[in-house]
Design a protein around this ligand. Structure first.
Ligand code: SF4
Ligand code: SF4
Ligand code: FES
Length: 490
């Protein structure tokens, strides 16, 4: 561990920590553009300049690395004594801002980055200078598609090189380069290529300004109208952590949320655009015999099926751990059988994040103790008096004549289903999922469920209660019982 003193406050940090990170631990914000914890340090923007006692001139905080330091007597002393709020530092920041904005277009009113732009934010905090240049601004290429998902505006770029380092060091696909010299320097796509790799849109999140924007999201919504929920991508079994940005009951985008143990700072484009499934194709109404009916009428029918004798449950790997647990408990109370099965198609897998299993919670079957033997399900199916499916689409040959389908999307309900009930997606409820490595991850609700939907766990627990089998129906109750029974903790 290394000692460091920042603005008079001394703290201990792991060896190798840089001063930007150490300052953050001390609650001190050092402005920075080019530094990013997921990329090699480049030290080009100079925005993080600070004063370090004993150093010759100002130092860039991002490349000032702290190591255990001892004096002659062998006592540990601060590796650096840093000042971030002196007049000199303030003047340097203002100078850097003036330089970075020298050729920057007056684009803010028509820029999709407005509201989450590093230039706007730091100008207000550290700039507020008057523009002194009397020569015309250098013009460069604007609004140029550089791949299926990203648009480049060269004029807005501050040449921090984050995007270049991402394609060089993370994806190793090398599509982006800085071409030209001096004020003609600009980001370009390497001749003959386009920015089209499985992780390409991460450069939009990385870009601190409006130079790289998402073709999917741009001009859909001003960001200050968006609210954000902590969620996960349910596009595959990796379970990348995401910010789910939403407004008015509609999901607008996923952005990766840093989690060293799961996805670090990134997510794949395949998963990034799965947010659309939250808005589209949803089952909103309850149905009996193919007709839309009041919700209570459909739950009444469901209870009849549940009381029909030899009932089977199939819960899919898009269901949450809570759903699986309540299915298990309700089936045990009814003397029914429950399987954890999923026939979702497989997808591309790589050695970074993407997994072939396109479901978020297949590990949950074993954690909850559900039978995943498809053969035993096929054998038992003809003898069942009713089948209840939860968050799973059955292959056409396996649909039972008396099926109650609890579905998030209309396409997942068999046409012949006796009862269809809408259930909530991960964006609409508290839920937990076990990823490919068995890491249990919780999501928080962004907005209310679509239409009449309820979380499947609550819907089934309420049916159980109505039949004389009280079951936990809220998050706390479910996790208390899971912990007590299976040692599975939240
Ligand atoms: S496009 Fe954005 S991320 Fe890339 S160098 Fe320019 S400012 Fe940095
Ligand atoms: S790797 Fe999987 S979980 Fe991560 S973003 Fe892609 S699809 Fe989603
Ligand atoms: S963040 Fe340190 S030089 Fe850019």
């Amino acid at each position: 561990m290394a000692l460091v003193t920042i603005n008079g406050q001394t703290l201990e940090v792991p060896d190798g920590t840089n001063v930007v990170e150490a300052a953050a631990l001390a609650g001190v914000d050092i402005p920075h553009y080019c530094y990013h914890p997921g990329l090699p340090i480049d030290g080009n923007c100079r925005m993080c300049l600070v004063e370090v006692e004993g150093a010759r001139g100002p130092q860039i905080a991002c490349n000032t690395l702290l190591r255990t330091t001892r004096n002659k007597e062998g006592d540990e002393v601060p590796a650096a004594v840093v000042k971030t709020e002196t007049d000199a530092v303030r003047q340097m920041r203002q100078g850097v801002m003036e330089f970075l904005l020298l050729n920057h277009p007056i684009d803010c009113p028509v820029c999709d980055q407005a509201g989450e732009c590093g230039l706007q934010d730091y100008y207000m905090e550290h700039g507020k200078h008057d523009h002194r240049s009397v020569v015309p601004k250098v013009e460069k290429v604007k609004a140029q598609p550089i791949g299926p998902n990203v648009i480049l505006d060269q004029e807005r770029c501050i040449l921090c090189s984050r995007c270049v380092r991402f394609t060089r060091e993370v994806t190793k696909t090398h599509e982006l380069v800085i071409a030209g010299r001096g004020d003609k320097s600009r980001i370009e796509v390497f001749p003959g290529t386009e920015l089209d790799n499985d992780y390409a849109t991460n450069v939009v999140d990385l870009c601190p300004v409006g130079a790289l924007t998402s073709r999917d999201f741009r001009f859909k919504k001003r960001v200050w109208f968006l609210k954000t929920a902590s969620s996960i991508c349910t596009g595959c079994s990796r379970g990348c952590n995401v910010h789910l940005d939403h407004d008015g009951g509609k999901a607008y985008r996923y952005r990766p949320r840093a989690n060293e143990a799961v996805n670090r700072w990134w997510m794949c484009d395949r998963g990034r655009f799965t947010y659309k499934a939250i808005n589209e194709g949803r089952q909103r109404d309850a149905k009996v015999g193919g007709q839309v009916v009041p919700f209570a009428k459909a739950t009444q029918e469901l209870r009849q099926l549940l009381g029909s004798g030899k009932v089977g449950f199939v819960v899919g790997a898009h269901a949450s751990l809570e759903d699986m647990a309540v299915v298990k408990w309700l089936s045990a109370a009814l003397g029914a059988r429950a399987w954890g099965l999923d026939w979702s198609e497989q997808g591309k897998e790589d050695d970074f994040l993407m997994k072939a299993d396109l479901t978020p919670n297949r590990q949950g079957f074993a954690l909850i103790g559900l039978d995943s033997d498809e053969t035993s399900f096929r054998e038992a199916l003809p003898g069942l008096t009713a089948l209840v499916t939860v968050a799973v689409a059955l292959p056409s040959g396996l649909v039972h004549a008396r099926t109650a389908a609890l579905v998030t999307h209309a396409a997942a309900a068999p046409e012949s289903a006796a009862v269809v009930l809408p259930i909530a997606m991960h964006a609409e409820r508290h839920a937990a999922y076990a990823n490919v490595d068995g890491i249990i991850q919780h999501v928080e609700p962004a907005f209310e469920p679509a239409g009449d939907a309820l979380p499947a766990s609550a819907l089934l627990a309420l049916q159980g209660a109505g039949m004389g089998y009280p079951l936990p129906f809220d998050r706390e109750g479910v996790w208390k019982r899971l912990d007590a029974e299976r040692g599975v903790t939240a």
